[in-house]
Design a protein around this ligand. Structure first.
Ligand SMILES: Cc1cc2nc3c(=O)[nH]c(=O)nc-3n(C[C@H](O)[C@H](O)[C@H](O)COP(=O)(O)OP(=O)(O)OC[C@H]3O[C@@H](n4cnc5c(N)ncnc54)[C@H](O)[C@@H]3O)c2cc1C
Ligand code: SF4
Ligand code: SF4
Length: 555
């Protein structure tokens, strides 16, 4: 068919390069990386989409270095972190959240096996001499970041071995002690002056430390136990949970008793119960509130239940029962739950007339611990059993900073590690007379929203689960329960990650752009949008699988 002669159609004889369609536009897409919800929830702010992308690409060295920007202990957090990051993972809108902690653990184990080192100082460490008190995750996190900033650090630890609760609290079936020792060796090397078995305030005075060092980081944890408050608890047969776990760590063959009553609902209560089971005892956990209010981490409760540990809730002890042969048990009362309190938890009241006897020949209390105000330097303020700190972690005037369980922060390994970093940055800013330190969180980045992610680009796949020993087999020893993911499984799990808000140069935007206005900068893998050709259709914004691009009105 021939074209009518007078039909007013303009036909271009030129290529797309000569058509500056950009002049049509009123909307303008732009490269706008965002904060992924998982990273937002990680107390250590680990760049999860970035390290997942590197694992998927088999670049494990850079994946490990990305994690270590924030957290020097991925082998440890990969094993014991309660992984709040996974709760907000957007992949669960398609199938199941990414097993972030498992991939993190794999990367940490791989780095150790392949001889990677955190820190290779090129010259002598200079700068002010700093003392870190306590070798738990808060102290270790602080040492690590101070080393990276070039400071000379001395670490003092009251116990004979380093690690704090990682060594003397968390049992070996969850965190093998050789993994801890290897990780500490990798981080501290010979660069930190180590002083194990030295308690400040007992072996060296605080005044001496303050005159010998220009700055101090306090990471002594919370060591003061909360007593049961019942008559006769000092006579014998009653132990504090942490003391009990320390004894088991030193002697894993003790027999605490036949029927052990454990009072509390946190991690300590569950670890004590699981240790008792492994020592051939019969543990029974008694908790005064409901199961929903238990502060223990979900995984720990689930594993204890698998092992057959009995938990009775809404029960409080009222008295210790003894006869001439020794401890016989507890008199207890049943409780009724009440409405939500100001702390967001349900309270409880005793049900009068519900008193009953609970047989047991050993009692372990696990009510938590407080900072020991008597064992801290003067000038440090303690309120309700915790050291008060500023947003930068300063705990008093004159270069004293604090972090971890001694402060009012949530009690977890990754919170303690993050507070150690905050302390290091705070000390650095203090010595440089800066008012501001780098913010802990990446607040300047906008949080990516679920509706900005295009899950239809991803097909359903199962979350990778590492091998786990059967409950019947694992209760007879303290060996680790869970294996590390295989390299194939870790790469597969990393490939399930959407990389929310993070550009991994997939090129989808360039593929869909009808005006060939989008290309990828090959150097640093950012998206370049050529305004001369972009007419603002914003297909690229709509089609980005990860919500990286945003749109604004052109002015
Ligand atoms: C049984 C148990 C199980 C837990 N399980 C988990 C878990 O699975 N996951 C998780 O994330 N968290 C867990 N936690 C919590 C976590 O272990 C703590 O939040 C974390 O260890 C706190 O770190 P920190 O460095 O502040 O203190 P700590 O780990 O307590 O270390 C403080 C160190 O300072 C030393 N010290 C104290 N005073 C002095 C002094 N004057 N001079 C020199 N040294 C001193 C102490 O000896 C100690 O070694 C658990 C806690 C317990 C008790
Ligand atoms: S440290 Fe914990 S919260 Fe952070 S990425 Fe690892 S598992 Fe998640
Ligand atoms: S899919 Fe990946 S980037 Fe997105 S929230 Fe989950 S772990 Fe984070």
């Amino acid at each position: 068919m021939s074209r009518p002669q007078n039909y007013p159609l303009s036909i271009s004889t030129k290529g797309t390069q000569d058509h500056y369609t950009g002049r049509w536009g009123v909307l303008k897409p732009f490269f706008d990386e965002k904060l992924s919800p998982c990273r937002h929830r990680c107390p250590g702010s680990i760049h999860i989409p970035k390290f997942m992308n590197l694992v998927q690409d088999q670049n494990l060295t850079d994946a490990w270095r990305t994690i270590c920007e924030e957290n020097p202990m991925p082998r440890i957090t990969g094993r014991v972190c309660f992984h709040p990051c996974e709760e907000d993972c957007l992949r669960q809108n398609l199938d199941q959240p990414i097993a972030i902690h498992q991939v993190e653990r794999f990367v940490g184990d791989w780095a150790f096996k392949n001889g990677l080192r955190h820190f290779e100082p090129t010259g002598d460490l200079t700068g002010p001499r700093l003392a870190v008190i306590g070798s738990g995750p808060a102290g270790i996190g602080c040492c690590y970041h101070l080393l990276r900033l070039g400071y000379q650090v001395s670490l003092f630890e009251a116990m004979p071995e380093l690690g704090g609760l990682l060594r003397y609290g968390i049992p070996g079936y969850r965190l093998p002690k050789d993994v801890l020792s290897e990780e500490l060796e990798m981080i501290l090397g010979s660069w930190v002056g180590l002083h194990p078995g030295v308690k400040i305030g007992r072996d060296i005075s605080w005044e001496e430390i303050q005159s010998d060092f220009e700055g101090i980081f306090l990471g002594p944890g919370a060591q003061q136990s909360i007593s049961l408050g019942l008559e006769g608890e000092e006579i014998g047969g009653v132990a504090d949970g942490l003391d009990f776990l320390k004894t088991v760590e030193a002697n894993p063959f003790i027999r605490p008793g036949q029927r052990v009553l454990i009072l509390g609902g946190g991690n300590t209560a569950f670890d004590v119960a699981r240790a008792v089971l492994r020592l051939q005892g019969l543990p029974l956990i008694l908790y005064r509130r409901s199961k929903e209010e238990m502060p223990a981490f979900e995984d720990e409760i689930m594993e204890a239940e698998e092992e057959g540990i009995e938990v009775r809730t809404l029960i409080s002890p009222r008295g210790i029962v003894r006869d001439e042969e020794g401890l016989k048990g507890l008199t207890c009362v049943r409780n009724r739950i009440t409405d939500l309190g100001p702390d967001g938890r349900r309270g409880f009241v005793p049900i009068e007339g519900s008193d009953h006897f609970m047989a047991g020949d050993f009692i372990v209390t696990a009510f938590g611990h407080l900072a020991d105000a008597e064992a801290l330097p003067s000038g440090v303020k303690v309120v309700h059993g915790s050291v008060t700190v500023t947003a930068q972690g300063a705990a008093g005037s004159g270069g004293v900073f604090a972090g971890g369980d001694v402060t009012a922060a949530p009690r977890s390994v990754i919170h303690a590690l993050a507070s150690g970093k905050r302390g290091a940055l705070g000390l650095d800013a203090y010595f440089k007379h800066q008012k501001e330190v780098r913010p802990d969180k990446f607040t300047p980045l906008p949080l990516v929203k679920a509706d900005q992610i295009n899950l239809h680009y991803f097909s359903q796949s199962l979350r990778m689960v590492p091998e786990r020993r059967l409950a019947t087999e694992r209760v007879s020893d303290f060996h680790e329960i869970q294996a590390t993911l295989t390299p194939e499984a870790a790469a597969q799990e990393a490939s399930r990650c959407v990389k929310c808000g993070f550009c991994n140069a997939c090129g989808n935007c360039a593929f869909f752009c009808p005006d060939l206005a989008v290309c990828l900068d090959p150097g640093n893998q950012t998206i370049l949008i050529d305004d001369r050709y972009c007419k603002g259709c914003c297909i690229c914004v709509e089609e980005c699988p990860r919500g990286v691009l945003s749109v604004e009105v052109e002015t």
